[in-house]
Write a protein that binds this ligand. Structure first.
Ligand code: PLP
Ligand code: COI
Length: 348
């Protein structure tokens, strides 16, 4: 493993924006942490290279066939100002499962976590003060062998990009239920965090915006049940129960989704994995049984959903103070200011 001492700690330039002006994904940090995998040899040691020198070959499976999987996790400052990663083991496990689906090499948990720690340490100067933002880490695994044939590649690279980000602001969105396009189907790659799923969804996002909505409500392949809210998992309150679609292989198993289910259950809040049929939600709304809805993910944390529109109907979700309470509690857990769940943080 590479030691930190080999690399210069990156320093924020004098004109670096205030944390609130960073947004998400706009500013990239100067180092990329990388390791290479070669069949028969396994993984190289980790090393860091300047972002400006990080390259991907044109004739690679990563670029040509989408043989690329990634993760998105955050480093936060805790109550004493020290930096930690939030749930890196769970992100490592999901990368492994995405890689298995695309027939790419296994990334050992220790390599994944060391790569994240090195990237966070190199850029600690870019990590906003506690409560004001994070370092969003984007470990990416892709086939980088120069060969055009469609087959399993012999060489792959793990490369970790860092983007210092603002603390996401509370937001409310209106979604468009997409009835023509599908993001994923049973047997496909919906549960893998791979670029192809995002590519398949982009036209849906554009169509939702053309219809005056903020994002897409993805339906299952039969176009009846809700699956995801844009690039977020989805929760809807029915009576006193928070419901989220079950992980049937078409839905990304979100770490935020899992964290929220744990937090809700720990507080005695009823939470259930169950199918959410859009027509059933319209009936529940008429009966006065439909509560609030939100999407959740690492980048956005929790975003309230005000409505889901489709060609034939609009389902509206009332506001509920519980959404803001959950959002605050999740933020405290991510930042390590809430007692309990200490195993979710991993020091850098
Ligand atoms: N679903 C999709 C399609 C996503 O891109 C994301 C974002 O990562 C999520 C769900 C939420 O996953 P997580 O909470 O692990 O960030
Ligand atoms: C995340 O929430 O971490 C995501 O991956 C969202 C990203 C597609 C912008």
């Amino acid at each position: 493993m590479s030691s930190m001492t080999e690399y210069a700690l990156a320093r924020r330039p004098a004109d670096w924006p205030q944390p609130e002006q960073l947004g998400f994904g706009q500013k990239l940090a100067p180092w990329v942490v990388s390791a290479e995998h070669r069949d028969g040899e396994g993984w190289s040691a980790l090393h860091a290279m300047p972002l400006s020198e990080a390259r991907s070959p044109m004739a690679s499976g990563g670029l040509q066939y989408g043989l690329s999987v990634f993760e998105g996790l955050k480093a936060y400052r805790g109550p004493r100002g020290d930096a930690h990663l939030f749930r890196p083991r769970e992100h490592a496990a999901r990368l492994t499962s995405s890689a298995r689906r695309l027939r790419m090499p296994h990334v050992p948990e220790s390599l994944f976590i060391e790569a994240c720690r090195l990237a966070a340490r190199l850029h600690e100067d870019f990590l906003p003060p506690q409560g004001r933002g994070s370092l969003y880490l984007r470990p990416t695994l892709f086939a980088d062998e120069e060969a055009l044939g469609f087959r399993v590649a012999h060489t792959h690279r793990l490369a970790l990009i860092v983007t210092p980000s603002s603390d996401p602001l509370p937001k409310t969105v209106n979604l468009w239920a997409e009835s023509e396009l599908a993001r994923a189907a049973i047997g496909g790659t919906g549960a893998a965090k791979t670029g192809g799923n995002y590519a398949a969804g982009l036209l849906g996002l554009v169509r939702a915006r053309e219809r005056g909505c903020d994002d897409v409500a993805w339906l299952d392949a039969a176009r009846t049940r809700l699956s995801e809210a844009g690039t977020m998992n989805l929760f809807v309150k029915i009576d006193d129960t928070w419901c989220t679609p079950p992980l049937d292989g078409t839905i990304l198993p979100g770490i935020t989704r899992d964290s929220l289910m744990t937090l809700m259950r720990e507080q005695g809040v009823d939470v259930q994995e169950r199918g959410l049929d859009l027509r059933e939600l319209a009936t529940l709304e008429r009966e006065g049984r439909l509560g609030a809805a939100f999407g959740c993910g690492t980048a956005a944390r929790i975003v309230r959903i005000a409505s889901i529109r489709s060609e034939s109907s609009t389902v509206s979700f009332p506001d509920d103070p519980q959404v803001a309470v959950l959002r605050d509690r999740l933020k405290r857990c991510q930042e390590g200011t809430e007692s309990g769940f200490s195993t979710w943080a991993c020091a850098i």
